[in-house]
Design a protein around this ligand. Sequence first.
Ligand code: ATP
Ligand code: MG
Length: 352
Amino acid sequence: STAARQKLRIGLIPADGIGKEVIPAAKAAIIALGSDIPKPEFLDLMAGWETFTRYGVALPEETIHALRSDCDCALFGSVSSPSKKVVGYSSPIVALRKELDLYANIRPVVSVAPQAGQQPDVDLVVVRENTECLYVKQEILETGANGKEARATRLITERASRRIGQMAFDIAASRPRKLLTIIHKSNVLSVTDGLFRETVRAVPSLPEVGGIYDGVTINEQLVDSAVYRLFREPQVFDVMVAPNLYGDILSDAAAALVGSLGLIPSVNAGDDFIMGEPVHGSAPDIAGQGIANPLASIRSAALMLRHLGYTKGADRLDVAVDQVIREGQTLTPDLKGTSTTSEVLDAVLRLL
Ligand code: ATP
Ligand code: MG
């Protein structure tokens, strides 16, 4: 509708730790885009560990409702989770991905400044399944003949594997190299990872797909050797598609290739909603010091805008971020700089 085009309603969920420092930076960068996007309207929403300790609920009903009814998209910061299980608490981001059926987590890792210690020519995307695998979180603890016994359920379904596969093929088909690598461990987990692998492989021959993925080359690699290869020759990868847990681990590993977790954006994507989220966590070791790198969050805003079709705004954010990294004058300590979050934001805003 016209109303929808006049305004862009963005839910902001900074949540915990450095999320509260980097999401406001992303907001400022979006505002600086001016007329390149519809006028943004921000809604501040609550979730996270702090919300739980205050109100006894990690993901308030109001937040879910507001996202569903009043937002076109959202930006999520990061949550601190207790290291031990706390009764009644479970991760709000995992719940949100389920509630909004954000079944894909798309994580591009790109090097722009080899002189600053980034591996040259890294340009890959990790496409992580977002709803199942070990994240169904069905764990039980029993006491048996061997003492305590802990078990976890790992769920892989054809439906989830097919739709993440389709998303990964779409992304691969849109990129110059058109190369998709399926990550699995089906030599050990032949049933679960076997299903994932076979289902993704079969995507191009689905009747509704036609020939649209004909140009995509399909590779596959066991997750352990994929990590090794990622460190030895990251340039060989284009798009990697993986079940939830492997995808999480691979993208943190890939982050190391470009210098910092503080640079890696993501979007959680479903068929009806899109939520940007930096890949990093709440970084309790630096939270509250004003030195968190805001670039992952600004890039997440760009990814979100790109998925909504606002290419010009997305490009402008990416160009500004890349420029700040290339110049190397204004960087936070994770990139061996001495600047603060707000100084890095100011550098981005000046370029915008
Ligand atoms: P969590 O449980 O919330 O994931 P964590 O201890 O695993 O917390 P991460 O946020 O995952 O912390 O970060 C891992 C390391 O990377 C930490 O040393 C953190 O300081 C650093 N780091 C992560 N994000 C950033 C950022 N945006 N800017 C600077 N350093 C960061
Ligand atoms: Mg972490």
